[in-house]
Design a binder for this molecule. Sequence first.
Ligand SMILES: [Zn+2]
Length: 301
Amino acid sequence: MDAAVASELDPHLRVVDAHTHIFSPDVVRGRVAYVGRDLWFEHLYANPKALLISAEDLIASMDVAGIDQAVVCGFPWHDLGICREHNDHLAESCARSGGRLSWLGIVSPLSGPMAVREAERCFRLGAAGLGELNADAQRFDLREPARLAGVVDVCVAAARPLMLHTTEPVGHSYPGKGTATPDRVIAFLRAFPDLRIVAAHWGGGLPFYELMPEVAQLATKVVYDTAASTYLYRFQVFRTVLDVVGPERVLFGSDFPVLRQDRFLRRVRETPWRDRDEARAVLGGNARRVYGLTAFQGADR
Ligand SMILES: [Zn+2]
């Protein structure tokens, strides 16, 4: 089915952006102080042109783009204390959003029992999952999964997913690329067959290796989000990955403010969808299922 037809047929499609990042006013206004407190934050945000946005900025962008709901992440702080502050801010912002925003709790997974307790606290506060965990920012190694078991067990017990920053072993370099490549992700998957994983940024190319049966078998509980897609791949990646992994395992996500939501969504709507159900799944249904979101009941757009 032709893409333009799909969007015309479904003008009221309930879109979920499954990957965004927001910060508290403290961090937005006090960027310089946080640059001094976290190396990965310095790496990404020492440049004053790198955008830091608030919950209000996100909702304004969603209104422009015609996006009903978003899943918000904080930042993969190395210090558990800053993670905790960010989680409090995410919980409050989402509670105030009237159902528009859901959040993922962030923990620094090598912080031992304190990390486990913070993960449990996030779920008590209503987090939809944990993430975006980042091996480089938080200095853990996916090839040493036993050290991550405490936090993973909390997700499995709560039947909630873990979103992981993943990256390509090839191609251009960029700030934040890191080393969480498909080979390392596979070591992690092998250790935790019961964990639902959202592999951000198209899994660093893991879907392409799913053409190998043994990889596909390890990845059955993995779903992929499309965060920052335009910086990494041609738009053909949508059709190509959907053909390999099927319509249930791709979540539309922008990585806003990395990509502009309105422009990216407009272009993604033009994917040569197989049918209307595939478009509905990728643009919202899959995210609602994976993150256990209640459909937003606001006014029709
Ligand atoms: Zn991200």
